[in-house]
Design a protein. Structure first.
Length: 195
């Protein structure tokens, strides 16, 4: 059975999940599929025009403290982004190109590090280009391809698929039709996939 990892680059809890999901899936001998999508349309349908962590300040304060504990336990650096939430649209379009390629996972992890560890603006093409180049990829070609109408439509379709399949937040893990929401549900998803 496969585990699908659905993530959004603006999502805080997707950061530690992205940094551990591949090793965890490998250790469990479960196939892993990377699936970038956008939370904006999902939040918009719920009447939110911002992250719930900004809308509800107490929740936001808790989240940053919780993230500090999680990242410390995982040995990950954590610095609040240049703004929160960041616009991950361009990064998601690139990740979509790489979701089934051997570079997709590494690109995704590097974008999360740029956002939550290095305080870089992940909406800037220069930042994304630098990440692609550091992975030995043709950054100009991939940036051009990511902005083509067919790829933009693919990301919209993937986000629509997330909605249809019941995803309401990130990170989410799907095993068939079984949904597991949150970084702390990764192990449960892997166990379910092995059953």
């Amino acid at each position: 059975m496969k585990v699908e990892f659905w993530y959004e680059f603006a999502s805080t809890y997707s950061y530690p999940a992205a940094m551990r999901v591949e090793a965890a899936a490998k250790a469990a001998d479960v196939e892993l599929l990377w699936r970038p999508f956008l939370l904006g349309p999902i939040f918009g349908s719920q009447g939110w025009n911002d992250s719930p962590f900004n809308i509800y300040p107490a929740k936001g304060k808790y989240m940053w403290r919780d993230m500090a504990r999680i990242c410390e336990a995982q040995g990950l650096a954590l610095k609040e982004p240049v703004r929160f939430p960041q616009n991950g649209l361009k990064a998601a379009r690139l990740a979509l190109l790489g979701q089934d390629e051997d570079w997709g996972a590494a690109f995704t992890r590097r974008v999360y590090l740029a956002n939550f560890s290095e305080q870089k603006d992940i909406s800037e093409e220069t930042v994304l280009s630098g990440i692609l180049s550091s992975l030995g990829l043709d950054a100009p070609a991939l940036l051009t391809q990511s902005n083509e109408p067919t790829n933009k439509e693919r990301l919209k379709a993937q986000t629509e698929e997330a909605i249809v399949r019941g995803i309401f937040g990130a990170p989410s893990f799907l095993v068939g039709d079984e949904l597991f929401w949150g970084n702390d549900r990764l192990e449960a998803a892997l166990e379910w996939a092995k059953r």
